[in-house]
Write a protein that binds this ligand. Structure first.
Ligand SMILES: [Zn+2]
Length: 323
């Protein structure tokens, strides 16, 4: 897909990006952006991923390095089969991304996924006929997304970019989506403002963050206390390092994870410029429960484990609008 008509300079936000010898150049502020291995790198020149952000980027980049790579060896039929399996899984789990978004909602629309990760969401939404654009500050995630969409024969693009400074024009995106990402972003206020800025008036956004009042995060906090962390600061530090355990690659630890209550989430969305927010909490499933899940999986695998026990899951999912 041709995204040039959507692009703006992530540094000055002006729609003045033009092709340059090694990538793009901003005709307004003079910032330049390279294209690396076919992927535009829209990281701001002055602030691009330095200090603590460099650590966060390295953590996620290492996490995505070898994840889902098996998918790249598949032919088109194989990729489409993986997409179908993923769709069935998210429908079974009753994820709002599957239940509330279908081809009737997104086909033919510009669809931005902020923090696109390893490509399954890209396959899902591009497969519905959306003009899919994935952005992520991990180059490995972006490459995986781009290659999977290409191998499936779908329409889509992927850029390396920061959630806090998106490379798109004001009001250029008809559907903005970000699931399980922005709770890892220290400046979530700015990231949500950017999500709202690029959304077209009348457009819809679906944004999901970790829920404070969920069994998973009550359990994590209890675990932190049992491990001897007795101050709020110590508990938070333990959370950062332990909540994405599977991601601990090459000795790196997760640098930032926060959880939100529904009122906190609503306040953030309103401050960012969104309106009409409907916030639903994900379902809690027996198999994901601490201890109980393990017992059920051992005693009655495949039966009780898929049972849902109310909206006490780990995600708050907001669907909101921009006037
Ligand atoms: Zn500029």
């Amino acid at each position: 897909m041709d995204c040039d008509r959507l692009l703006a300079c992530p540094d000055c936000r002006r729609p003045a990006l033009a092709a340059a010898p090694k990538g793009y150049a901003c005709g307004s502020c003079g910032a330049t952006y390279i294209v690396r291995e076919g992927i535009p790198v829209f990281l701001r020149p002055r602030t691009a991923i330095v200090g603590a952000d460099a650590d966060r980027a390295a953590f996620w980049d290492a996490g995505w390095e070898n994840r889902n790579n098996r998918l790249l060896a598949l032919d088109r039929e194989g990729v489409l089969k993986e997409r179908q399996d993923y769709l069935e899984y998210v429908l079974k789990e009753r994820y709002p991304s599957a239940v509330d978004i279908g081809p009737d909602v997104v086909a033919g629309k510009t669809f931005l996924n902020i923090g696109c990760g390893g490509g399954f969401e890209g396959l899902l939404f591009a497969g519905y006929g959306a003009h899919y654009i994935g952005v992520d500050f991990s180059q490995n995630a972006v490459r995986l997304t781009r290659d999977l969409i290409r191998n499936a024969g779908f329409d889509g693009a992927a850029f390396q970019a920061e959630a806090e400074a998106l490379p798109f024009r004001d009001g250029s995106i008809e559907y903005v989506y970000s699931s399980g990402v922005l709770h890892h972003t220290p400046n979530i206020e700015q990231a949500l403002k950017e999500a709202c800025r690029v959304l077209a008036p009348g457009g819809t956004a679906m944004i999901a963050l970790y829920a404070t009042r969920s069994l998973m995060f009550f359990w994590y906090r209890l675990h932190a206390v049992l491990c001897g962390n007795l101050t709020l600061k110590a508990i938070e530090a333990w959370m950062h390092a332990n909540t994405e355990g599977a991601w601990q690659t090459a000795g790196r630890k997760n640098k930032w994870t926060k959880t939100y209550t529904e009122p906190q989430f609503r306040t953030l969305l309103t401050a960012a410029g969104f309106s009409e927010a409907r916030i639903q909490q994900s379902y809690l499933q027996v198999k994901t429960m601490p201890i109980v899940g393990k017992i059920v999986r051992a005693v009655a695998p495949g039966k009780l484990e898929d049972l849902r026990v109310g909206r006490f899951g780990s995600m708050l999912v907001a669907t909101c609008r921009k006037r």
